[in-house]
Design a protein. Sequence first.
Length: 75
Amino acid sequence: MDQQTMNFLFTLQPLRQLTADNTYLLDRDHSVADHELVYESQTLRSKVNYQFTRSLSARVIVSMTRRSQTRQRRL
């Protein structure tokens, strides 16, 4: 298999108390023989944190994954 991966991370901080960390992950496998796409997985993940006081904060984590397999793997 010919594998490709990509990771992309970016952080937004529109307010001092609010932070949003976002991650995009891509994983692809191609057949070595004919370069056809065998498998692809994409994940988008967001983590939002709000700091109310020094000792009190709230965090929400959301993750969405899309997977596709275009043909059966041969062993």
